[in-house]
Write a new protein. Structure first.
Length: 75
């Protein structure tokens, strides 16, 4: 039983990390791409960084909320 709990915790930590990292990196890449196309150097990168961070925190709250609900059902 303890091994299962350990694996679940490791899985949750990995899922949270990946779900926060991917939107931020994709938005930075897309913002830099738009900056290169439009010649407006930091504008789109800054805008998309904020959008990426917002999406990352939304994912964090969604995953944690889902895990809390699962924990309440188990009890």
């Amino acid at each position: 039983m303890k091994k299962n709990n350990w694996v679940r915790c490791l899985s949750l930590i990995s899922q949270v990390g990946i779900s926060m990292l991917v939107p931020i990196l994709l938005c930075i890449w897309f913002g830099a791409f738009l900056d290169g196309k439009t010649q407006k150097e930091p504008l789109f990168t800054i805008i998309f960084i904020f959008l990426g961070v917002g999406a990352a925190f939304r994912n964090l709250f969604y995953i944690v909320g889902k895990e809390i609900k699962k924990g309440e059902k188990r009890e």
